[in-house]
Design a binder for this molecule. Sequence first.
Ligand SMILES: Cc1cc2nc3c(=O)[nH]c(=O)nc-3n(C[C@H](O)[C@H](O)[C@H](O)COP(=O)(O)OP(=O)(O)OC[C@H]3O[C@@H](n4cnc5c(N)ncnc54)[C@H](O)[C@@H]3O)c2cc1C
Length: 496
Amino acid sequence: MNQKSFDVVVVGAGNAALCAAIAARNSGASVLVLEKGPQHKRGGNSFFTDGAIRFPFNSLDDLRVIIPQMSDADAANIVLPAYTEADFRADFQRITEGQTDPVLSDLLISTAYDTMVWLHGEGIQFDMIYDNQSFIKDGKHHFWGGLVVKTVGRGIGLIDALNARATELGIEVWYNAAGTELQKDASGAISGITVQTEGGSQTVAAKSVVLACGSYEGNLKKRIAQMGAEWENAILRGTEFNTGDGIDMALAAGGVRHGDWAGGHAISTDANAPKVGDFTQAGDIFKKSSYPLGLIINKEGKRFVDEGADFRNYTYAKYGREVLKQTDATAYHVFDGQVADLLRSEYREELCTVHSDDTLEGLAEKMDVDQAEFMKTIHDYNVAVQPGDFNPQVLDGKGTVGITPPKSNWANTILKAPFLAFPVTCGLTFAFGGVKVSTNAEVVDATDAPIPGLYAAGEMVGGLFYKNYPGGSGLASGAVFGKLAGDHAGAYSVSD
Ligand SMILES: Cc1cc2nc3c(=O)[nH]c(=O)nc-3n(C[C@H](O)[C@H](O)[C@H](O)COP(=O)(O)OP(=O)(O)OC[C@H]3O[C@@H](n4cnc5c(N)ncnc54)[C@H](O)[C@@H]3O)c2cc1C
């Protein structure tokens, strides 16, 4: 068989990889994309997203550049605070407790808006997140918290649009094709990659390789070794194919680990969700994120986190780990009739598991909880609730006194039927551990010297997220570092 040869080989076919492939092709490079999964399971974790994407903007006019279909009448009905680069930076610092790599997160923050404009130019369509990130007040949509834009058609729409653009540009994609080993020439520069396909193993020659094939969340052994034994019990929300292959290849080629290797993005997800992301479902229909409006109670009938510590976008990715620590890795999101209409749409999905009753006692009987303790917890909480104006759009300060943990915002009494309890478990989204890259998305070695011809993007970039994560940053990171890797790999590969 003649050896195949490309300027750039991109490993993976999620958001980061396809952004890299398109950018490299735009530089004039010939590009091959390798996807480990079959075509009907393409798109990686990016496929499962809501398409919610975080980037800074100064006004609604900035958003209308990438949402040209928004009419003047639509715009007049939107109330939108600016989300500046300084706001995004402050969120990164606060959420990661100051541990984020300042150079890499600054790069993400300062190039995210321009990358959105680039994506729009490549045919990706965006819209406002009317359903989950805004409330209607006086007939207007009030947005909050900086995460206000999504891709049309959620992650599935994003992956379809990126693939359509890749096809238009003549980018070749091989499915059932796993990158397994990088090849180097005598000078130490990347010269190709070994690929495992259904037909066997072959080496593809390449002037550069972009690794964009996720972290190790899909590999049980690795996640137990890095994150702890309890992670065996977590559901995998996304693709089964992100097993750390790219990280292994980068480390074998001289790259170094970077970031929070013990941490990961983990949320509350339906206790009966599939054990691994189901590509036949329309994205992630199992997540559960309205707990700031209610309580989270474990099987012992006790609360264990401050449900109202912050907006959902700043607590959801770390509270999955807290659920994992509970008996049977299970807890309940509990609400009453006062907030039932405010719950996010996922609480109304057909496959959603829910117990409901007209009395709290009746509800407790349907749950697998210590019923007496459950009733006491609700009673003590109701007594602790302070007066104030309940307002889910702002940190309303309507909290509790005298209970531990407190509920700092949105503390309403649980008094009005129907009473609802949603059983949840921990859903792991992705692992934070990755490799170190330069500001050109080059994989660097222990001396910070780039490995010639080797780039990384997306989840594989370590150092951005520690302990926690600002919602919508994964797609932004994939797009920013994907485009950057593709730009530089393309230029490097066509330069002589
Ligand atoms: C259910 C869910 C919902 C989410 N919602 C959001 C959201 O709304 N907003 C947001 O910003 N983030 C969200 N995230 C996080 C987001 O998906 C990720 O941060 C981001 O999409 C990762 O992009 P990526 O391109 O790095 O990886 P992926 O999209 O996972 O792509 C990696 C690809 O590499 C392939 N691959 C793996 N190994 C190999 C190999 N050896 N050879 C070839 N191919 C390989 C995989 O099959 C996969 O296609 C969500 C994640 C999940 C799971």
